[in-house]
Design a protein. Structure first.
Length: 181
């Protein structure tokens, strides 16, 4: 099946591009943020998004599509990276990251109807719970006294994110398979 013939594969590729941008944005934020607790949270979020990138790539292939790698897609991703870099220069990193997390969460929820059963199960069972976790982690980071620049260093799961919640997110994100594929 061609990627153009499958709205589900096209939508998964759109999610893939967004997740690739998220990984790059977190790496940029990590260059700016020095507080150990905040860095631990940002690293965990970056790893979660990187894992989703891999899950989406695997799912797209299993569904008969081709993950977005073309130069046009890379140009679009580069534009998104540039936008993210401008946002990180002009405001607190936690605010810029929170906006991106909110947008991705809305996209996952709003676009579920465009997906077939197997792709929908992947989003509902793996990607959406992981996205909800990263959103909560960044929202908690925003509530620290100095935003992303200050967080309690002893909290390896991030401020306001419990160790059980982190473990549940890891369990959910370890299953990248597309049901029935």
């Amino acid at each position: 099946m061609s990627d153009l013939a499958s709205p589900a594969i096209a939508q998964l590729n759109a999610f893939l591009r967004s997740e690739i941008v998220a990984v790059g944005t977190y790496h940029r934020a990590l260059r700016r943020v020095k507080a150990p607790g905040a860095r631990a949270t940002l690293h965990a979020c970056a790893r979660s998004h990187a894992h989703r990138v891999e899950c989406l790539r695997v799912a797209i292939v299993r569904l008969g599509g081709t993950p977005t790698y073309g130069s046009g897609a890379l140009r679009a991703v580069a534009r998104w990276f540039e936008h993210g870099a401008r946002a990180l220069r002009g405001e607190r990193a936690a605010d810029a990251l929170a906006r991106g997390e909110d947008r991705r969460l809305r996209d996952y929820r709003d676009r579920l109807g465009r997906l077939d059963g197997r792709a929908r199960e992947l989003v509902e069972g793996v990607l959406l719970p992981a996205q909800e976790w990263t959103r909560r982690a960044v929202q908690a980071l925003k509530k620290t006294p100095q935003g992303a620049a200050a967080a309690r260093p002893s909290e390896s799961a991030g401020p306001g994110v419990s160790a059980p919640a982190l473990a549940a997110q890891r369990r959910a994100s370890q299953n990248c398979t597309v049901p029935g594929a």
